[in-house]
Design a protein around this ligand. Structure first.
Ligand code: 3Y8
Ligand code: NAP
Length: 258
């Protein structure tokens, strides 16, 4: 009897949850609890951290999880590292469901930086009108470059208003919106705010690439933050491949008669 724990928070995770529900495969989707109203899912949902690797391994054992699927975002490096380690400790088969990194197309004006610090350093220089499409968790780092006008986009309105003490980012505007976004919407947003530089993570996938196409159409430069290192692991890019992996494995389990 398959019992899947699906670490979610991405478009691909939601697509897989729908597929597993339609196949009648017992699945629990897990959110960290970062947003106020996460998307409803067609499978049972749990919210909140597990409390580290050992506790995640304990969860896998206590809930008789038969397969762990890590479909978290490519920048959720700590969750992904914990998932690999906990699955090994608990002896539970593990696979990742991710998406290929975005590659520049002809006409793209990308400057790649290794990480968030690299993005902050790359913003040294005269004032610009910068769209920080990075969410909320790392915005405070950009206080090191207060000379720019920043357009911020968060999923939830911050508890404190303004989103950041004005002394840290004196010039900023906040948009509260969750993806997936559209090329038309992102183009209009960038033009309305006279954006001249886009900063984003190389998230991959289609849930957030609208801004890249919008920037290309508008001839805007992009500061692209490369992904953090991920542990060695089996990785799929399509929910259907995960289903096959589950089906294949279940057949093997049935053969072993366990
Ligand atoms: C809580 C679950 C679905 C999944 C939708 C995808 C697409 C829309 C694009 C921009 C970039 C950003 C951000 C983004 C996108 C999808 C996907 C994706 C980027 C939700 C969600 C959760 C989160 C957490 C949130 C982070 C933030 C990052 C906003 C739900 C909506 C910037 C990443 O306020 C906070 O603390 C937000 C934190 C981690 C990064 C950050 O540093 O702020 N995602 N995003 C998940 C959990 O609790 O476990 O609320 O429904 C999911 C999605 N966000 O099912 O439709 O597949 O990537 N999410 C980035 O890519 O740079 C927005 O604005 O252009
Ligand atoms: P992270 O930094 O890799 O993880 C930090 C800790 O948060 C983990 O050790 C774990 O806590 C908890 N956690 C993370 N994802 C979880 C999940 N799906 N279920 C239960 N606990 C989880 O993670 P993050 O970058 O903050 O991402 C958090 C969530 O937002 C993930 O679901 C991810 O898919 C989603 N998301 C992130 C981004 C991004 O830019 N980082 C973008 C879109 C969506 P414990 O150690 O206590 O278990």
């Amino acid at each position: 009897m398959r019992n899947v724990l699906l670490l979610g928070g991405t478009t691909e995770a939601s697509a897989l949850a729908k597929l597993l529900a339609s196949e009648g495969i017992a699945t629990t989707l897990s959110y960290a609890g970062r947003t106020d109203n996460p998307r409803a899912q067609p499978v049972p949902v749990r919210v909140g951290g597990f409390g580290g690797v050992a506790r995640l391994a304990g969860y896998l054992r206590d809930h008789r999880v038969t397969h762990l699927v890590d479909a978290t975002h490519p920048f959720a490096a700590m969750m992904s590292a914990h998932a690999v380690e906990a699955a090994r400790l608990a002896g539970v088969p593990h696979v990742a469901l991710s998406r290929p990194a975005w590659q520049p197309s002809p006409g793209d004006r990308w400057t790649s930086v290794a990480d968030m610090d690299g993005a902050v350093a790359a913003l040294a220089g005269p004032p610009r009108r910068v769209m920080l499409a990075l969410g909320r968790m790392h915005v405070a780092m950009f206080a090191a470059q207060p000379q720019h006008h920043y357009l911020l986009r968060f999923v939830d309105a911050p508890d404190s208003a303004p989103p950041l003490p004005h002394h840290s980012l004196p010039h900023h505007r906040l948009i509260v919106d969750r993806g997936p976004f559209t090329v038309q919407g992102d183009s209009a947003l960038m033009q309305a705010h006279a954006i001249d530089l886009l900063v984003c993570k190389n998230a991959g996938g289609n849930g957030a690439n609208a801004k890249l196409i919008a920037a290309r159409n508008l001839g805007l430069p992009v500061l692209m933050i490369d992904r953090p290192a991920m542990p060695e692991r089996a990785e799929f890019y399509r929910p259907e491949d995960v289903l096959e992996w589950l089906g294949h494995d279940a057949a093997a389990t049935a053969e072993r008669g366990v």
